[in-house]
Design a protein around this ligand. Structure first.
Ligand SMILES: [Zn+2]
Length: 87
């Protein structure tokens, strides 16, 4: 019995805070996603708060903390964007 998936379900691949094994939607290869952390609005807000309230040397802290940033997943083969994990 053949397994058929509705075409609509395809697109977004659920990703987590760690690299995921999946099929790249762009090149179709079986890959383990490559991750890049990118600052979000929250990151900038925390940095601003630290800057105003505590002391400026702490400003770089939220940029160093993974939990304050979005985790973007990319294909290691073709660099296609796979998904974002928001913590
Ligand atoms: Zn790819």
């Amino acid at each position: 019995m053949a397994t058929t998936y509705p075409a609509a379900v395809q697109q977004s691949i659920p990703v987590g805070p760690e690299p995921v094994r999946c099929v790249c939607p762009s090149c179709g290869a079986q890959i383990i996603s490559k991750m890049k952390y990118e600052p979000t609005t929250k990151t900038h807000l925390i940095a601003l708060l630290l800057c105003c309230c505590i002391c400026w040397p702490c400003v770089c802290l939220p940029y160093c903390m993974d939990s304050c940033q979005n985790a973007n997943h990319y294909c290691p083969n073709c660099d296609a964007f796979i998904g974002t994990y928001q913590s």
